[in-house]
Design a protein around this ligand. Structure first.
Ligand code: ADP
Length: 168
């Protein structure tokens, strides 16, 4: 039985979609470890240390959730951390195609480690870290897209959104 799952990702930055998934997973599994993956193909906005702090802060109220750096393969991290399964979120058919391919590949690498999927909640299924980075970099307000600590970090990086001018 899977009691401890690994939720790996880039989390650059963590969004309300990620947080929703972790919160729901924490109700189904005894332990959830959020694994901050090193993804060499992606140019990161926040450093790994910054993302670890952001993830720890926004999951602090979830007693059975911890955060760890997962520099190598997710299946290797499962063996090291004692996770029986990998957890991933599904937002769309596009996610599905990529995620199923990765799940099959991970089972070839480690037949004992299965991948479990949770569908994104309707209210956050549109959220992605890529969109958040784009909006924040253009001075947009991300307060409805990310947890408050992440919003503060984005403002620290890009500055406050300009006040809206009233149309006369
Ligand atoms: P990766 O680069 O590994 O896909 P991400 O940080 O983009 O890392 O995503 C990590 C996981 O979180 C993935 O399983 C992804 O499907 C899931 N995820 C991302 N955004 C959302 C969301 N809005 N709702 C639910 N799950 C999400």
């Amino acid at each position: 039985m899977a009691t401890h799952v690994l939720f790996p990702g880039t989390f650059d930055p963590p969004t309300l979609g990620h947080l929703d998934l972790v919160t729901r997973a924490a109700q189904h599994f005894a332990r959830v470890t959020v694994g901050l993956a090193g993804n060499p193909s992606k140019q990161a906005l926040f450093t790994a240390e910054e993302r670890l702090t952001l993830l720890r802060d926004c999951t602090a109220s979830l007693a059975n959730v911890s955060v760890a750096l997962v520099p190598g393969l997710a299946v290797e991290a499962c063996a090291t951390l004692g996770c029986q399964a990998i957890l991933r979120g599904l937002r769309s058919a596009t996610d599905y195609d990529y995620e199923v391919q990765m799940a099959h590949t991970n089972r070839v690498l480690a037949p004992d480690v299965d991948t479990l999927f949770l569908p994104a909640s309707a209210g956050v299924a549109h959220l992605s870290s890529t969109l958040v980075r784009q909006i924040a970099s253009l001075g947009g307000d991300c307060s409805k897209l990310v947890p408050p600590n992440v919003n503060a970090a984005l403002r620290g990086r890009f500055g406050k959104p300009p006040p809206r001018r009233k149309e006369s």
